[in-house]
Structure formats: structure tokens, C-alpha cells
Design a protein around this ligand. Structure first.
Ligand code: GLA
Length: 396
């Protein structure tokens, strides 16, 4: 993993010291359950091997400052810990008061102080960040930054929050410091991942169940197809989808779309316009698909879930309308080249698709996707397999 070496080297070049430690957290792939998290519903993500590393050290500084640097920024940013309450929350619709990339770790420092307000002292520190998680690919590079930073600060400040609380700190940073109105899925996956396991999460109660996947044992693999079409969830479509879901829930008189079942859909259709209804139908059917996937994994194993992955993609393409031509090409080509199932993963409007396929079909499917992208005039996709992996931890 080059991120560990890069984070350590950046720390040393910025401070002239060695860090007190290295903490890392992974990106995630969502197997199924898209846009259901902020509707209090169900999701089934897993952590991927690609990680973000934070090299962090306390520093002797009576003024209580925090400096954060990153390999993808030209210069570090430094602020006083006491200034954080003046910087955040970021006013809705405006950019953060610090560069975007710095709003993630500084937002975590802010949200962690808020969440652990009785503890402290919150000592001055330096943070250097490097990442192996592709940015803007729908693989939660932002949750990985939040998870690595939150784990480091929780240890060094002795705030002693558990993993679920740290996921909440990351989400708060994302929502209120960065200004992206996302749910809790990515942070929970990044904090709680386990090898060969998906996390079945009830986003209302935050109860989790680890679901064994047995992908390699079944002779299968998960191929990620990063379309390289970048997305950002702080703007545009993601926010609009969320607003449609809230409108649908309020027209139905329920706290969240989690409380609507498939049997309620005919009634829902009478109450609302066609677009809102289709947004609602995606969420309601997607929640059911997550439950069905968890049941099939238990009863029949991972080979059985391909059709549910495809149905999820079709629902996102036609009802939720968050796919792109590149994502549809990735999914259609993977399926016609023999994948058992495929779907876009993450928030949509770009990013990555995943395909569930035989291990010995990885090369053929990859070649077919490459050829289809070239034939359509799309930029070459980035293709790699991922195995479900460990969540956030201290590395050194
Ligand atoms: C992004 C958000 C998540 C979730 C997904 C869509 O990844 O960060 O909270 O809403 O989109 O499922």
C-alpha cells in the first residue's frame, strides 16, 4: 500500500518529525441498497482493500492549532482548534470556509470535539493524508478520509467513541462541514468492514449484522468498473433525489420511505406526480431487494443474487434516473459477456459499476467492457477486482 508510505513521508516533510502513528480506513463498494440510507432503509455494503491513511502526531503548541496536509493538495492548511466552531457548520449552498479537501479532516476534528464535549483536552496536532482510494469513483474516498482521521483523533485525544459513533462523526463532517447531504452508509461500511463479509445495516436503528459472502470460495469475483466520470454529491442530482424522497414520504404521511411497503405503491401512485412516484418506487423496491439479497445469501449463497443486482440497476436507471450511458454500457456489457449480475454502485451520476462474475471470466469481461467503451467513444474505464476487507484501524 503506497498510501502508508506517502502519508508518513508527507508528515515528516511538513513537520520534520515522525508521526505518533498511522491510522487507515477503506473505501467501500455497495453490493445493493442505493439511496435507501437517508430514507431510514437498508443497505448492504462492504469495505474494499483500497485505504486512506492518516499519519498523525500531537504537537507542542500552546495555541492549540491543527495542521492538515494531503498528497493531493499543494499546501497544508492550519487553523486553531478553537476556530473550528466559527468555520463550521458550513451554510447550506455555500462552499466551506477552507479548501474542500481540508473540510473533511477539519470537519472530523470539529464534529469529534462536539460529540465528545465532556472529554479532552483536545491537544494540538498535525495530520498528513494519503489515499489509495480512487477519488470521485463512487467508492467513498471521502468516508475513508473521515474514518482514518476520526480513528486517529479518537485515539490521540482519548475520546473513546465506539465505531458507530465515529461513523456518525464522519457523517456530520460530510453533511455539515463539506455540505454534502449524504446518508450514513459509507461511514458505517468504512468503520465496520470485515474480510469476506458485507454489512447489513438498518439505517434507522443503526443495527448491523455481518453477512458472510463467500465470494472467492464460490469461485467468483467482484469486478469494479470505474467509468472515470466524476461526480460530487454536494451539488445537483443527489440533493434533488433526496428532496423527492422527502416529498414522497410527506405526501404519504410517513416519517420516511422506509415505512412504505410494496403493497402501498398503488396508493402512492394516486397521491403524487409521476416523477416523485418513480423515485418512491425505487426506494421501496430497493429496500425489499436488500432484504431478499440477505435472505438469498443465507439460504443459497452468493451465486444466487445476480438477478437482484440487475433489478437494482434497472430501477436506478429507469425509476431513480441516476445512471449514465457509461454505467449502463458497463452493466450491459458485463452481463452479455457472462457476469452473473451487475449494477452501478454508490450515489450515481458517474462513478463505478460492479459485476459479480466467475473468477476465470474476469479477463474476458474486462476486455469486453474496454472494447465497448472504446466503441462508444468513452474514456477508457479503470478495471480492478475487490475482495471485501477490514474496516478502519490503527496501522502503526
Ligand atoms: C453516496 C452517499 C451515501 C448513499 C449513496 C447512495 O455514497 O454518501 O450516503 O446515499 O450515495 O446509496
Amino acid at each position: 500500500m503506497t498510501a502508508a508510505r506517502d502519508a508518513r513521508e508527507l508528515f515528516t516533510s511538513l513537520t520534520g518529525r515522525q508521526p505518533d502513528g498511522l491510522w487507515s480506513a477503506p473505501g467501500r463498494v455497495n453490493l445493493i441498497g442505493e439511496h435507501t440510507d437517508y430514507n431510514d432503509g437498508f443497505v448492504l455494503p462492504f469495505a474494499i482493500p483500497q485505504r486512506t491513511v492518516a499519519a498523525v502526531g500531537l504537537r507542542a503548541d500552546a495555541r492549540g492549532r491543527v495542521m492538515v496536509g494531503s498528497t493531493f493538495a499543494d499546501a497544508p492548511v492550519e487553523v486553531g482548534l478553537d476556530e473550528l466552531d466559527g468555520l463550521f457548520p458550513t451554510a447550506p449552498g455555500t462552499p466551506p470556509a477552507v479548501p474542500d479537501w481540508a473540510a473533511y479532516p477539519l470537519g472530523v476534528a470539529w464534529a469529534l470535539r462536539r460529540a465528545a464535549s465532556g472529554s479532552g483536552p483536545f491537544e494540538a496536532l498535525d495530520i498528513a493524508i494519503a489515499s489509495d482510494v480512487p477519488v470521485g469513483a463512487g467508492l467513498s474516498s471521502s468516508a475513508a478520509i473521515e474514518g482514518a482521521t476520526a480513528s486517529a483523533l479518537n485515539d490521540l485525544w482519548g475520546t473513546d467513541l465506539d465505531r458507530t459513533a465515529l461513523a456518525g462523526v464522519g457523517r456530520r463532517a460530510e453533511n455539515e462541514a463539506v455540505g454534502a447531504p449524504t446518508g450514513i452508509m459509507d461511514q458505517m461500511a468504512s468503520m465496520l468492514g470485515e474480510p469476506d463479509t458485507a454489512i447489513f445495516l438498518d439505517c434507522r436503528s443503526l443495527e448491523t449484522r455481518l453477512v458472510p459472502l463467500g465470494i472467492a470460495a464460490a469461485g467468483l469475483a467482484i469486478l469494479v468498473i470505474d467509468t472515470r466520470v466524476k461526480h460530487a454529491h454536494s451539488t445537483g442530482g443527489y440533493r434533488e433525489r433526496r428532496a423527492s424522497c422527502e416529498l414522497g414520504a410527506s405526501l404519504l404521511g410517513v416519517p420516511a420511505l422506509r415505512d412504505v411497503s410494496i403493497a402501498d405503491l398503488p396508493h402512492a401512485e394516486e397521491l403524487m406526480d409521476d416523477v416523485t412516484f418513480r423515485r418512491v418506487r425505487h426506494i421501496v423496491t430497493e429496500n425489499q431487494r436488500v432484504l431478499d439479497t440477505v435472505r438469498l445469501l443465507r439460504e443459497e449463497g452468493v451465486r444466487a443474487i445476480g438477478d437482484l443486482l440487475v433489478a437494482s440497476h434497472v430501477s436506478m436507471r429507469d425509476d431513480f434516473e441516476i445512471s449514465t450511458p457509461e454505467l449502463d454500457t458497463a452493466v450491459d456489457t458485463a452481463l452479455s459477456a457472462g457476469a452473473l449480475g451487475a449494477r452501478m454502485t454508490g450515489g450515481g451520476f458517474g462513478g463505478a459499476a460492479i459485476a459479480l462474475l466467475e473468477q476465470d471470466a474476469v479477463d474476458a469481461v474486462s476486455d469486453a467492457v474496454d472494447a465497448a467503451f472504446a466503441a462508444s467513444g468513452f474514456a477508457a474505464p479503470l478495471l480492478f477486482t475487490v475482495a471485501p476487507s477490514a474496516g478502519a484501524h490503527r496501522d502503526a
